[in-house]
Design a protein around this ligand. Structure first.
Ligand SMILES: Nc1ncnc2c1ncn2[C@@H]1O[C@H](COP(=O)(O)OP(=O)(O)OP(=O)(O)O)[C@@H](O)[C@H]1O
Ligand SMILES: O=C(O)C1=C[C@@H](O)[C@@H](O)[C@H](O)C1
Ligand SMILES: [Mg+2]
Length: 170
């Protein structure tokens, strides 16, 4: 099997479900955000405030290519699949790209509390801004996705199992 790549908006569960999927399939897991944090020696919010988003996007694109050299299940960052350069890479690759798709309500619930502050893109943003950003990105995720998985009211384990079933048909 070509191991899947998870895409989707912040809080859709890419990291959480990716870990579960890797456990179920007994395949190593990589999380692009975490690999980048190890590489730069700072948290992503720290890097955004010192170097800015454009610098982050360069490293993200570079690290995406590096991660695709491995067979690990890959959880991308929330903006990875929205960058044109990354879309090219994801489309050309023959690994299945899975879009985790939550409702607005689930997105807000998943990002409330601590998780909001860990995402620099959300700094100083309201809930309405968050929903507008999510809406503006939908078409971009759709462009690269081979499979859409709706995640509302499902546990990470259930989502992982559904992905495994659906992958048999991709
Ligand atoms: N299916 C789920 N059921 C319950 N909680 C969930 C589910 N999926 C994710 N969460 C929770 O939502 C929060 C965000 O999840 P996660 O970090 O996996 O999202 P992400 O898509 O990786 O976000 P980012 O794009 O910012 O990396 C976490 O606190 C996680 O525990
Ligand atoms: O949605 C985004 O643009 C981001 C999501 C996070 O996963 C990180 O990759 C970073 O905070 C940017
Ligand atoms: Mg994540």
């Amino acid at each position: 099997m070509n191991n899947p790549i998870l895409i989707g908006f912040m809080g859709s569960g890419k990291t959480t479900v990716g870990r579960e999927l890797a456990k179920e399939l007994n395949i190593p897991f990589s999380d692009l955000d975490l690999v980048i944090e190890e590489r730069i020696g700072h948290t992503i919010p720290e890097f955004f405030s010192s170097q800015g988003e454009a610098a982050f996007r360069k490293i993200e694109a570079d690290q995406l290519i590096a991660e695709l050299d491995s067979e690990n299940i890959l959880a991308t960052g929330g903006g990875t699949a929205c960058q044109a350069v990354n879309q090219e890479i994801l489309i050309q690759h023959d690994r299945p790209v899975i879009w985790l798709q939550p409702s607005d309500e689930t997105t807000i619930a998943n990002l409330s509390g601590e998780d909001w502050g860990k995402r620099p893109i959300l700094a100083d943003k309201s809930v309405d801004d968050l929903i507008a950003l999510k809406e503006s990105r939908q078409e971009k995720y759709g462009k690269t996705a081979d499979l859409i998985i709706k995640v509302d009211q499902k546990t990470p384990e259930e989502i992982a199992k559904e992905i495994i079933e659906e992958l048999k048909n991709v």
